[in-house]
Ligand binder design. Structure first.
Ligand code: MN
Length: 670
C-alpha cells in the first residue's frame, strides 16, 4: 500500500518530539469482537476483518479481542462460518499482537455450565488454535466456575485474565451487596487464583467516573496484577470514566476504532490517544495509522453493515441503562421479543418487573447468560402472569438457576420462587450448594458419538457439543450435506453499495422502479398469493421461492384458528432450512409424514416465536395434562411447553431446529 508508506514518513516528523513514556496506558482493541457485537448484532465476517488486520497489528495494541461467546454462536448460526477458522485466519495477518477472547468460564461460549471434560477440551483447543489471552468471567462472579478452566489456561501457557462483572443495585456504587469491599475482595480472590491481570467488566456501561476511580485505586492498593477496565459507552459515562481510571492508575483500557465506537459500543481509541498525548501515560500510538484504518473501515467495510445499526434515534446515548440497569444488548433483545409478540406496549411493565425478578433471583449481575435469564423471565411474567399467579411460565434456565446450576447468587433466591421453580425439576427439588459442574456428567464423549460421521475433528465435535442443534446444522452446510440458505451467505460490497444508493434515493423522495435497478424475475408456476394485513389495510402479495417451488412441509388448518400457511412457515432470524426443497433434511419429509393436514384435536401452540429444540414425545405417545411435550427456545432461553390436555399425540408439526412464529401449531393432541 503506497499511501501507507507515505504516511509513515509524515509520521516520523509527527512523532519527533514525542518522548517514550515509562508507563504508557495499554489499550486492547475490541472492534473485532465487542464492537460489532454491540452495534451490528455480531454479524462481522472474517473476510471483512482481513483488510484491516495487518494495519491493526502495527498500532501497538496490548491485545486485540477477536473471539467470544456471541461470535462463536453467531458465526456458525447466521454467517455459515467456522468460528475456529476465524482465529487461524486472523493469525496469519496479525502476527505480533496477542489475541484475546471472552470466555464465559464454565459456560464456555454458550449459555449453561458445561461438564468439566468439555470445558477442558474447549480451552485446550482455543489455545491450540491461537488464543493468547482468556478474559474469563462468570455471570454470578462465582469463581468456583473458574476452577476447571483456569488450570488449563495456565497449562497452555496463555494469559489468565480474571473478570469481576460490575453491577450495582442503586444509581451509584454502594449499598449492601455491590460495594467497594465486594470488588476488592473479588480482586483478591482472582489474585489468589493466579490471575495474570484483573478486569473490571462493566458490560452495561454503568460505572461512573468517580466510582471507577475509587474501585481501581482500592484494587491497585490491594493486589499486584495489572488492572484492566472494560466499559461500554451506552449511557455516555465511559469516556469520562476512562480518564478517571487513568488517573487512578489503571493499566489497560478497552476501546474501539471510531466507526465501531459509541452508542452501545465502547469509547473510541483516537480521542483517548490524543487526550494522553505528551503525558506520562501517552499510549505512543500513531493517530495517522488509526485514521488510515478508519478509512478502510468506512469505505470498504461499513457499507455492508450500516443497515444493521439501530439508528432510529438521533441520540447516541441511552440513559435508560442508568434508570433500569438494562444492558444495551439486553434492552434491544427485550424490545425485539416484545415486538415479535405484538406486545411492545408492555415495555414499561417490563422495566417495572425487571428489578423485581432480578431481586427474586438473587440480585444477580446482568450479563450473558443471566441478562437473558432475567430478561426472558421478566417478559414471561409480564405476558403470562395474572393477579392470581406469579411466575406462571418459568424457563428451564430459571429452574437451573434456582437449583444452583449456575452457581451461588449474590443474595439468596426468593424461597417461594425457588420452590415453585423446582417443583418436579428433573434433577431434584432440593437445590445444590456445591460447585455446579460437580453434578454434571461428562458430556464430550457422548457428543462425539452422536455426531460421528459428520464431525471431522475435535473442533467440530466441540462446536456440536456446545450447540447441538445449530452446530449440527452448520456442520451439514460445512460438509456439503445441506445447502446453506441464502440469508447466511456473504453479500458483496457492490450489492451493499447499490442498496445504500437505493435508500439514499428513497430518502431524497426519488422512488426508482425496481426494474431499473435489477431485472424483475419471472413469475414461476408456483407463485402463491397471500393476503397481508398491515394496519387494517389488506394487500395481496405473490410469493415465489427463489431456487424452486415452495414446499410447505407443514400446513395445519386448525379448527377455530384462521388458516395461516405463511405464519406457520418460518420466523426470522434463524435460517429457514426447512423450506428448502434442495436439502433433504431429516426434518422436512418427517414433518410431512407426521402432520396429516387434517389432524384433529387440541393444538399446542407456540406462546412466543422461537426455535424448536426438541419434542419430548412421539406421535402415538399418550400424555397427561401438564407433561412437557416440546422444548421451545426463545432468545436462547428454553421453555418447556406443557400439554394443555391429556390424550394421544396426533401430530408433531416441526423438527428440531425449526423456527416457529407465535401461535404456530407445534403439536396436536387428540
Ligand atoms: Mn462488553
Amino acid at each position: 500500500m503506497s499511501d501507507h508508506n507515505q504516511l509513515k514518513i509524515t509520521n516520523m516528523e509527527y512523532d519527533k518530539d514525542r518522548p517514550k513514556v515509562e508507563n504508557p496506558l495499554k489499550i486492547m482493541d475490541v472492534t473485532l469482537r465487542d464492537g460489532h457485537q454491540s452495534l451490528f448484532a455480531t454479524r462481522g465476517r472474517t473476510e471483512d476483518m482481513i483488510p484491516v488486520a495487518e494495519m491493526m497489528d502495527e498500532v501497538g495494541f496490548w491485545a486485540i479481542e477477536t473471539w467470544g461467546g456471541a461470535t462463536f454462536d453467531t458465526m456458525h448460526r447466521f454467517l455459515n462460518e467456522d468460528p475456529w477458522e476465524r482465529i487461524r485466519t486472523l493469525k496469519r495477518y496479525i502476527k505480533k499482537t496477542p489475541f484475546s477472547m471472552l470466555l464465559r468460564a464454565q459456560n464456555l461460549v454458550g449459555y449453561r455450565n458445561y461438564a468439566d471434560d468439555l470445558a477442558r477440551a474447549f480451552v485446550e483447543r482455543a489455545a491450540a488454535n491461537g488464543m493468547d489471552i482468556f478474559r474469563t468471567f462468570d455471570a454470578l462472579n462465582d469463581y468456583r466456575n473458574f476452577e476447571t478452566v483456569v488450570p488449563v489456561i495456565k497449562e497452555t501457557g496463555t494469559h489468565f485474565q480474571g473478570c469481576i462483572c460490575y453491577t450495582i443495585t442503586q444509581p451509584r456504587l454502594g449499598g449492601e451487596v455491590y460495594n467497594i469491599d465486594y470488588y476488592v475482595n473479588k480482586a483478591k480472590d482472582l489474585e489468589n487464583m493466579g490471575a495474570d491481570s484483573i478486569c473490571i467488566k462493566d458490560m452495561a456501561g454503568l460505572i461512573a467516573p468517580y466510582d471507577a476511580y475509587a474501585i481501581i485505586k482500592a484494587i491497585k492498593d490491594s493486589v499486584k496484577p495489572p488492572v484492566h477496565l472494560h466499559s461500554h459507552f451506552t449511557s455516555g459515562l465511559a469516556p469520562m470514566t476512562h480518564l478517571k481510571a487513568v488517573e487512578a492508575g489503571v493499566d489497560i483500557i478497552d476501546t474501539c476504532m471510531s466507526p465501531y465506537a459509541y452508542r452501545t459500543s465502547h469509547p473510541a481509541v483516537e480521542p483517548l490517544v490524543m487526550a494522553l498525548l505528551g503525558t506520562n501515560r501517552d499510549t505512543g500510538f500513531d493517530i495517522k495509522i488509526l485514521a488510515e484504518i478508519n478509512t478502510v473501515f468506512e469505505k470498504e467495510i461499513m457499507p455492508k453493515y450500516k443497515h444493521l445499526l439501530n439508528d432510529t434515534k438521533l441520540s447516541i446515548t441511552d440513559i435508560n441503562v442508568l434508570l433500569h440497569q438494562t444492558p444495551g444488548g439486553m434492552l434491544s433483545n427485550l424490545v425485539n421479543q416484545l415486538r415479535e409478540m405484538d406486545a411492545l406496549d408492555k415495555l414499561d411493565a417490563v422495566f417495572e418487573e425487571l428489578p423485581k425478578v432480578r431481586k427474586d433471583l438473587g440480585q444477580i449481575p446482568l450479563v450473558t447468560p443471566t441478562s437473558q435469564i432475567v430478561g426472558i423471565q421478566t417478559v414471561n411474567n409480564v405476558l403470562f402472569d395474572d393477579e392470581n399467579e406469579r411466575y406462571k411460565m418459568i424457563t428451564s434456565q430459571v429452574k437451573d438457576l434456582c437449583y444452583g446450576l449456575y452457581g451461588k447468587t449474590a443474595v439468596p433466591i426468593d424461597p417461594e420462587v425457588q420452590k415453585k421453580a423446582l417443583k418436579g425439576y428433573d434433577r431434584g427439588e432440593e437445590p445444590i450448594t456445591c460447585r455446579p459442574a460437580e453434578v454434571l456428567e461428562p458430556e464430550l464423549e457422548k457428543a462425539q458419538e452422536e455426531i460421528k460421521g459428520l464431525a471431522a475433528d475435535i473442533d467440530d465435535e466441540i462446536l456440536y457439543a456446545i450447540y447441538p442443534v445449530t452446530g449440527k446444522k452448520f456442520l451439514k452446510w460445512k460438509y456439503g450435506k445441506e445447502e446453506p440458505p441464502e440469508e447466511v451467505k456473504a453479500k458483496s460490497l457492490e450489492t451493499a453499495l447499490a442498496k445504500l444508493e437505493l435508500v439514499n434515493l428513497a430518502k431524497a423522495g426519488k422512488v426508482v422502479p425496481k426494474s431499473e435497478i435489477e431485472k424483475i424475475p419471472e413469475k414461476s408456476a408456483n407463485v402463491r398469493a397471500f393476503n397481508v394485513f398491515v394496519d387494517g389495510e389488506c394487500y395481496e402479495v405473490g410469493v415465489d421461492e427463489i431456487g424452486g417451488s415452495p414446499i410447505i412441509s407443514y400446513s395445519m388448518p386448525v379448527p377455530g384458528q384462521a388458516p395461516a400457511p405463511a405464519a406457520a412457515q418460518v420466523a426470522t432470524p434463524a435460517p429457514a432450512t426447512e423450506s428448502k426443497p434442495a436439502a433433504p433434511t431429516a426434518a422436512a419429509p418427517k414433518a410431512v409424514e407426521k402432520a396429516p393436514a387434517a389432524a384433529e384435536g387440541t393444538p399446542v401452540t407456540a406462546p412466543m416465536p422461537g426455535m424448536i429444540v426438541s419434542y419430548d414425545k412421539n406421535v402415538g405417545d399418550t400424555v397427561n395434562e401438564g407433561d412437557c411435550v416440546v422444548v421451545l427456545e426463545a432468545m436462547k432461553m428454553e421453555n418447556n411447553i406443557p400439554a394443555p390436555v391429556s390424550g394421544t399425540i396426533k401430530a408433531l408439526n416441526f423438527s428440531s431446529g425449526d423456527s416457529v412464529e407465535k401461535d404456530a401449531v407445534m403439536c396436536v393432541i387428540g
